[in-house]
Design a protein around this ligand. Structure first.
Ligand SMILES: *[C@@H]1O[C@H](CO)[C@@H](O)[C@H](O)[C@H]1NC(C)=O
Length: 222
């Protein structure tokens, strides 16, 4: 019992120390939040930090001062957390099940469609798209493609793109646009039918395909 008590104490000291930069980071975010993404994230980060802090204190005090009820509270919270994580994993698996991405015969990357997901998930994504989109723009996922503007088409088609890069930074394959650079495409005379993403695509670095359904779909695979 003593060894495990010491172990619990040390682990909680570590998480206690970790919670301080988390809270600090959350406060810093809330102080200098310029984008919608930063304003969206600051509160959850602070809540997470305070939660870790409180749980660590419970575990630390419980183990080193032998406060049994505090240790039980700590164990219960840990159990619920693991249960929650387990349920969330299953949930994430179920809702994104069909959206595994479509392999294209002559391309190194896959493409993603929002229609492959459940209606429930599609609605949730659409409701929060403004915030998620702001976070995507902040994360500069398309930066590499924006700067690779001398890549020949044949090389670009062989690249392995992440789901976000494929969905958000380039137009869908079935739009049949003509390639100039990864983020610069010429719309053909024959408008692509059936895929609204083709209308949404823009060569403007601030727009690209961030509003596309393919981007919303790519968001759920990482
Ligand atoms: C895309 O390429 C065309 C042709 O090379 C060029 O005129 C245009 O400025 C480019 N657009 C952007 C956004 O880079």
């Amino acid at each position: 019992m003593r060894v495990s008590n010491n172990l619990v104490g040390i682990l909680n000291l570590v998480t206690l120390l970790l919670s301080i930069p988390i809270i600090g980071g959350g406060i810093w975010l809330s102080k200098q939040a310029n984008t919608e993404c930063e304003r969206f994230l600051d509160k959850p980060v602070i809540v997470l930090g305070v939660f870790v802090l409180l749980v660590s204190i419970a575990g630390l005090v419980g183990s080193c001062c032998r406060v049994t009820w505090l240790l039980w509270v700590y164990l219960l919270v840990m159990f619920l957390l693991i249960l929650l994580l387990f349920c969330f994993t299953i949930f994430a698996f179920v809702v994104t099940n069909k959206g595994a991405g479509q392999a294209l015969s002559d391309k190194g990357y896959k493409e993603y469609r929002l229609g492959d997901y459940s209606n429930w998930l599609q609605n949730r994504v659409n409701d929060n798209w403004g915030k998620i989109r702001s976070c995507l723009e902040d994360s500069k996922i398309c930066q590499k493609l924006l700067t690779d503007n001398s890549t020949p088409a044949a090389d670009f088609y062989k690249e392995h793109l992440s789901s976000l890069q494929s969905g958000c930074c380039k137009p869908s394959n079935d739009c049949n646009f003509q390639y100039i650079s990864p983020t610069n495409w010429t719309k053909g005379a024959t408008a692509a039918l059936g895929n609204p993403d083709c209308e949404i695509w823009s060569n403007d670095a601030n727009k690209l395909c961030y509003a596309c359904d393919s981007c919303k779909a790519g968001c759920w695979i990482t």
